[in-house]
Design a protein around this ligand. Structure first.
Ligand code: DON
Length: 416
């Protein structure tokens, strides 16, 4: 999309309404003025970038050089990357609230390939993104506890929802204490150990909600004292899933962390605000927080791009935006599709219920009051909340691909 269009999609100037994606932001929520100003500032920068690009000299024939076209194209690409990197570092350092990013930081940045994290759930193998994301480990922990209960026989309802909430509390307790970029933090090897998760599952009372969940002691060679960290809500992420005609498959989450990222625009691109995924407090009571800020470390993510395999063959791709709530969104959809046999769209549409350790949250909507009352019987003090997932899924059948897109955000299913 040309940047001018993007700007107008992000901010409709004359309407007294700010539209972020499909989400109108009402003037009554106290956020309006800030977002309106942000929208204007970002829109102006996007327009400026577009003008710069239009007036930029066409590269390639500088110094009258000739030679191999592929080599010339490679040189031009390299020059564009260099110029882009300089622009990024300069923009960050001259912002109103300047950062310390240098050209050297960009030059030494390495994209790291890391192995997927997989676990066995009933007859399925479920694989996802490991550290620095907490996604696959925490989804895996929840499922590793839930497989000790006969959810398929139970079916959807308060009984299963209660178990799901308890598994969420326990898994998030471990996430807060242990999970971070494993290049910097020694993490327990046993976070997905079946024996450990069986012991964690045994802490779940099928009839009664626990007051609070404490982290466990997974098998670990080099124990180190840690202190848990906190959480902040955020917005600004996209997920997409693709199966192509060659049976190549992709489940991908991208994030700039929040709407408009860091609000810094370089050459038409919004820079991310991912550093807020670090814990803001590095230590407490003389103990360090695993996800504290450190030079060169990646912040802890919750992204959970997921692939499910049966008999070695891929059968489901799924993912979502939603900050730390991504984890329970994915776990709930997996239970819906794999255990309850729901059609992926029905699973995606099902009202969310989650706990990340605190009180249970029930998605606002017509069913919220009844769900809150049903959970009260188990001792949950649930509250209604806006649980704005953006799930995207493809169920891969022998003959048929079945897609699902979350109506809570933009997104669609396409096939050809
Ligand atoms: O990596 C993460 O976990 C966050 N940066 C994701 C933020 C997010 O999903 C915001 N979406 N609405």
């Amino acid at each position: 999309m040309p940047s001018a269009e993007l700007a107008s999609a992000a901010f409709r100037r004359n309407s007294r309404r700010v539209v972020i994606g499909t989400e109108p932001v009402s003037s009554g929520d106290g956020f309006f003025d800030r977002r309106r100003l942000l929208g204007r500032r970002v829109a102006a920068r996007l327009r400026a970038a577009e003008t710069d690009r239009k007036h930029a000299p066409a590269g390639g024939e500088r110094n009258g050089r000739r030679g191999d076209p592929a080599e010339r194209e490679a040189e031009r690409a390299e020059a564009r990357i260099d110029a882009g990197a300089r622009d990024i570092a300069a923009a960050v350092r001259t912002e109103t609230n300047p950062g310390m990013l240098t050209l050297e930081d960009l030059a030494t940045y390495q994209v790291k390939e890391r192995p997927p994290v997989c676990m066995t759930y009933r007859t399925y193998e479920i694989c996802g993104m490991g550290p620095p994301s907490s996604g696959a480990l925490t989804v895996g922990q929840m499922l590793g506890m839930l497989l000790h209960f006969d959810l398929p026989a139970m079916g959807p309802g308060p009984e299963a929802t209660h178990l799901f909430l308890e598994a969420g509390k326990l898994a998030f307790a471990d996430r807060g204490l242990y999970m971070a970029d494993s290049d910097f933090v020694e993490m327990p090897e046993g976070l997905l150990d079946p024996v450990y998760l069986a012991a964690r599952a045994a802490l779940i009372d099928p009839a009664r909600a626990m007051e609070a969940a404490s982290p466990g002691e997974p098998p670990w060679k080099k124990a180190r004292l840690r202190v848990p960290d906190g959480e902040r809500p955020n917005h600004g992420t996209t997920h997409f899933v693709i199966v192509d005609r060659y049976d190549d498959m992709l489940t991908a989450t991208t994030t700039i962390e929040t709407n408009f990222g860091s609000r810094v625009v370089v050459d038409g691109f919004l820079l991310n605000n991912e550093l807020t995924d670090f814990a803001f407090v590095p230590e407490a009571d003389g103990k360090s927080v695993a996800n504290r800020v450190e030079g060169g470390k990646r912040p802890r993510s919750s992204m959970s791009p997921t692939m499910v395999f049966r008999d070695g063959a891929p059968m489901l791709l799924i993912g979502s935006p939603g900050g730390a709530n991504i984890i329970p969104y994915i776990a709930q959809a997996l239970v819906g599709i794999l255990d309850f046999g729901l059609d992926p769209q029905v699973a995606v549409d099902s009202p969310h219920v989650l706990s990340r350790g605190g009180p249970a949250q029930v998605e606002q909507g017509p069913e919220a009051a009844a769900t809150i009352a049903a959970l009260d019987v188990f001792g949950h003090q649930a509250e209604a909340a806006n649980l704005n997932s953006g799930l995207q899924a493809i169920l891969i059948g022998a003959e048929l691909l079945t897609g699902a897109a979350d109506k809570r955000r933009e997104g669609l299913v396409m096939g050809q």
